[in-house]
Write a protein that binds this ligand. Structure first.
Ligand code: ARG
Length: 258
């Protein structure tokens, strides 16, 4: 059985067992905080105008993305290949998925990292060239000169409209959470396919705060600099299982239009 298939089955089992898992995840919250993203809070597109989401042919949000130029969005490869480009949409400037703020743009071109196969083996990054321009403040893409931002313990912000708990419902509104960058040695102990050249991990040893399904492709930023793309993890917010992100600085020279 492929790793992806196994993950899908695990996710399906978690969904079925949702009634059991959700209270358990709630009990892990140490503060009074609600489990948003997982363990995050409400965020505004005014503060994070580069945070965008991807919609499928039924206009359903299924991933996140980051506006890095007026017509250019960085997302995860596994998000970009999930929907045919003619049916893929990018929504910018809309905090609440139920509203009509901002705009929905089509996608003119999809670039996927050439060596991408599966999130767990790395290269989970793609660039969408939009059919129009989005007039919002863009994020800066981290490059080789930004290694300091990847130092273990650096606090980064993850943003998205994904699930509020493992196996739970997706958020209607943008959420954010703060997570520390994890050192390569401990991430390698958490995940045997962890590759420090193409990935980074972020999260707390005790879990409780993380990205989750539906957040994929979305930004991990330090200030307004994009350092990671939400990629994968074992469940969401579990102890000893930090979120894994695509290490953006390793790709900046390859990304078209940036
Ligand atoms: N692969 C997921 C998605 O498609 C994102 C998983 C992130 N998981 C995590 N524990 N950080 O939305």
């Amino acid at each position: 059985m492929s790793r992806t298939l196994r993950r899908v089955l695990v996710a399906a089992a978690a969904l079925l067992a949702g009634a059991v898992f959700v209270p358990a995840a709630g009990a892990q919250q140490t503060s009074g905080a609600q489990p948003y993203i997982v363990g995050g809070t409400n965020a505004s597109v005014a503060d994070h105008p580069y945070a965008v989401y991807l919609v499928d042919e039924r206009e359903n949000q299924f991933c996140g993305g980051t506006l890095v130029a007026a017509d250019t969005v960085v997302t995860a490869a596994h998000c970009a290949v999930a929907v045919h480009s003619s049916e893929l949409g990018v929504v910018a400037g809309r905090q609440d998925k139920r509203g009509t703020d901002g705009m929905r743009l089509g996608v003119r071109r999809v670039w996927v990292a050439p060596d991408y196969e599966d999130p767990t083996t790395g290269n989970d990054i793609a660039v969408l060239t939009l059919a129009g321009s989005a007039p919002y403040r863009t994020a800066r893409v981290a490059g080789p000169q930004d290694e300091a931002l990847y130092a273990p313990g650096t606090m980064a912000t993850v943003l998205g409209w994904g699930r509020l708990s493992e196996g739970g419902e997706k958020s209607d509104t943008l959420r954010s959470a703060q997570v520390p960058v994890v050192d390569d040695l401990s991430c390698g102990q958490s995940y045997d396919t962890y590759d420090p050249q193409t990935m980074l991990c972020a999260g707390y040893p005790e879990g409780g705060v993380d990205a989750c399904q539906g957040d994929s492709g979305g930004p991990l930023v330090v200030g307004d600099t994009l350092i990671g793309v939400v990629s994968w993890g074992d469940g969401c917010a579990q102890a000893g299982k930090p979120g894994v992100y695509t290490r953006v600085s390793s790709y900046v020279e390859d990304l078209p239009g940036i």
